[in-house]
Every structure is written in structure tokens, then in C-alpha cells.
Design a binder for this molecule. Structure first.
Ligand code: CA2
Length: 145
């Protein structure tokens, strides 16, 4: 069965608990439940992980190659703006990935307007709220089988 991976980075486990004006009121569990329901309906596998640790995200990206994941949907959190390690991991495994941000990073602080990943991503979705994850997953299913 075709397999995809959803990765969420640092602090995204806090979704729904604080800053609802920026990130909405739904939890990461709500997001994952919704995406897993889509996976069931469309008959594909979805592996979901969140980690606050950069090295764990790197290891998960490496594991995606062993698992023959066809596309990674990743919200790298604040690591977007700093992590050469995540960039190297994603380019190293050579699996297409879609970068998702709940907020519009281009309408926020200057430091959030720099992504170390966007130029090697298949696409970037930023500012569409949690709908962005669904859009990314459905696009992955259409494009990468
Ligand atoms: O907009 C996004 O999805 C971000 O990737 C979220 C990151 C932020 O550092 C990026 O610049 C943009 C932060 C995630 C933190 O999420 C929280 C949720 C609720 C309460 C506190 C933090």
C-alpha cells in the first residue's frame, strides 16, 4: 500500500492549548485523526510523528527511506528557520516533501520569513491553517504513488 509520512516539529504538540489566534483551536491529535481518516478512505498508509528533538526528526526522515514512503508532509516548526540538519536529511533521502505552516510565515517576524527547506520542497503551504495539512496530503496522493 502506498505510504506517506506526516512530521511535526518542536512545540506543535502544544496546538490547541495556547495562541489560538495564530494557530487555531484544534489539537495535533485532531489533525492526525482527520488525516488518518482520509488515508483510510483513499486506501493509503500514513505514518504520523511529532518530535521536539531535531535529531529524532532526522532519524524519522531516514526511516522514511527504509519504509519506502512516497512523500513527506512536514511542518518543521521553528526548525524551519534554522535547521541545516533537516535540510540535509530531506535532500539526503531524496523523498519529495511538502512544507506546511499553519500560520503565514511571510506575514510574521523577519526571522520567520526565512526557510532552510522551501527551495528544495515540492511545494510550500503557509497560512491556510490546519487545512494546509489536508491539502498537502491530498496533493501528495495525486502526485506521488
Ligand atoms: O505556522 C507554523 O505552522 C509554524 O511552523 C509554527 C511554529 C513556528 O515556529 C513557525 O515559525 C511557523 C511554532 C509552533 C508552535 O506551536 C504552538 C502552538 C500553540 C502554542 C504554542 C506554540
Amino acid at each position: 500500500m502506498t505510504k506517506y509520512m506526516l512530521l511535526n516539529g518542536p512545540n506543535l504538540n502544544l496546538l490547541g492549548t495556547r495562541e489560538p489566534e495564530i494557530y487555531g483551536s484544534e489539537t495535533l491529535q485532531d489533525i492526525e485523526t482527520n488525516l488518518l481518516a482520509i488515508a483510510k478512505e483513499l486506501n493509503f498508509d500514513l505514518i504520523c510523528h511529532q518530535s521536539n528533538a531535531e535529531h529524532e526528526l532526522v532519524d524519522l526522515i531516514h526511516s522514511a527511506r527504509d519504509e519506502e514512503v512516497k512523500c513527506i508532509i512536514i511542518n518543521p516548526g521553528a526548525l524551519t528557520h534554522s535547521s541545516i540538519a533537516l535540510r540535509d536529511a530531506l535532500s539526503g533521502v531524496g523523498i519529495p516533501f511538502i512544507e506546511v505552516h499553519i500560520s503565514n510565515i511571510y506575514a510574521r517576524e523577519d526571522f520567520r520569513q526565512v526557510s532552510y527547506l522551501s527551495d528544495i520542497a515540492q511545494g510550500v503551504i503557509s497560512g491556510l491553517g490546519i487545512e494546509g495539512y489536508e491539502l498537502a496530503l491530498k496533493t501528495a496522493f495525486k502526485k506521488f504513488k
